[in-house]
Design a protein around this ligand. Structure first.
Ligand SMILES: NC(=O)c1ccc[n+]([C@@H]2O[C@H](COP(=O)([O-])OP(=O)(O)OC[C@H]3O[C@@H](n4cnc5c(N)ncnc54)[C@H](OP(=O)(O)O)[C@@H]3O)[C@@H](O)[C@H]2O)c1
Length: 310
């Protein structure tokens, strides 16, 4: 079975590739070649906005499933660069969905907890979306495209993803925090943003499982712990055994009081009951997820990648 993963150099896709290796023939698309020589990946360089080039590649590969993780995930960039954000997050998703539809390929799309307005919290898959920024608007539009294209497709709404990149690079807040604290720099994390973080390894395993099982529709992939981002940063720094003096460099902010930034949902916590029913991959607490991504409990699959089920 052949899996095509978009955004192959990204944080989430890196874990999907690692978890799928061995059980799937994995093909990744990225705009540049990954620097990781051990990556068990058939790597294809393609800007997805070039729909002609992408279509040719897709038709040549004929994947059985696509995990679509490529996106512009920087919320403030999306707010200020709407045309670019729409072209990658919406138009590219439409192309992916149409190609999958015409070839009968299952599509697993990475959406976000940001589709909610953050007023209520504890969102289930049945709750209405109500985006508060342009990034979230693009994700809501893309969700609709994916679900309308085929009854076999999956919209996986990811909570805040924590952990160390498994392969490739990507947008891990943890690396940024560790680097800054090691340089004795102050870091700001919002107290108003309540999330249910999921570790990147559990997430990769869950997305691979969704690629290979019969589930279709919308599913929330989130952890069991509801916590604000400032408390989470403090907790992580504690687990990493940073001294109290260094931990005092972690400052609490209100992200919605910073001028010039796109609005964020306050409480975007998600309920993961459906994931617990549907998936073999266990949804974890923050403590267990961190232990996994910080390599304390993980088993390697022989390539230096961590797998939690096979
Ligand atoms: N990380 C989180 O906490 C989180 C939470 C909720 C949802 N998500 C969603 O999960 C998905 C993956 O996020 P992530 O954290 O892994 O982000 P990421 O590390 O920024 O990865 C996204 C990847 O998409 C690629 N990409 C962007 N535009 C492209 C284009 N035109 N053609 C080809 N590739 C392109 C980027 O390539 P370049 O490296 O070349 O820029 C990047 O490697 C996204 O859909 C995001 O919205 C993430």
């Amino acid at each position: 079975m052949k899996m095509l993963v978009t955004g192959a150099n990204g944080f989430v896709a890196g874990s999907v590739i690692a978890q799928a290796a061995g059980n799937w023939e994995v093909h990744g698309i990225a705009r540049t070649v990954t620097g990781n020589k051990n990556n068990p990946l058939n790597h294809h360089v393609c800007d997805l906005v070039d729909s002609g080039k992408f279509t040719k590649l897709f038709e040549r590969l004929q994947p059985d499933v696509v995990v679509h993780a490529a996106a512009i995930a920087n919320i403030d960039f999306c707010q200020d660069n709407r045309e670019t954000a729409k072209s990658v997050n919406v138009d590219v998703t439409r192309t992916v969905a149409e190609l999958c539809k015409s070839s009968g390929t299952k599509l697993v799309f990475c959406s976000t907890d940001s589709v909610f307005d953050g007023i209520k919290g504890d969102y289930s898959e049945e709750d209405a979306t109500n985006p508060v920024n342009f990034y979230a608007e693009t994700k809501v539009q893309a969700e609709q495209i994916v679900l309308e294209a085929s009854a076999k497709n999956v919209v996986a709404r990811l909570a805040l993803v924590i952990g160390l990149p498994v392969s490739g690079k990507g947008n891990s807040f943890l690396i940024d925090m560790i680097n800054k604290l090691n340089r004795n720099e102050k870091v700001n994390y919002p107290q108003n943003e309540i999330r249910t973080p999921v570790d990147v390894i559990t997430l990769g395993a869950a997305l691979v499982e969704l690629a290979g099982n019969d589930f279709h529709g919308t599913i929330h992939l989130s952890g069991n712990t509801k916590i604000n981002r400032f408390s989470m940063a403090n907790y992580v720094a504690g687990v990493l055994e940073f001294p109290e003096e260094t931990k005092s460099l972690i400052l609490g902010t209100n992200s919605n009081a910073i001028a010039g930034r796109a609005k964020r949902p306050n409480d975007a916590s998600m309920i993961n009951d459906k994931a617990k029913q549907v998936l073999k991959t266990p949804m974890l607490s923050l403590a267990d997820g961190l232990a996994l991504t910080l390599n304390k409990n993980a088993k390697t699959n022989g390539n230096g990648y961590y797998k939690i089920w096979s």
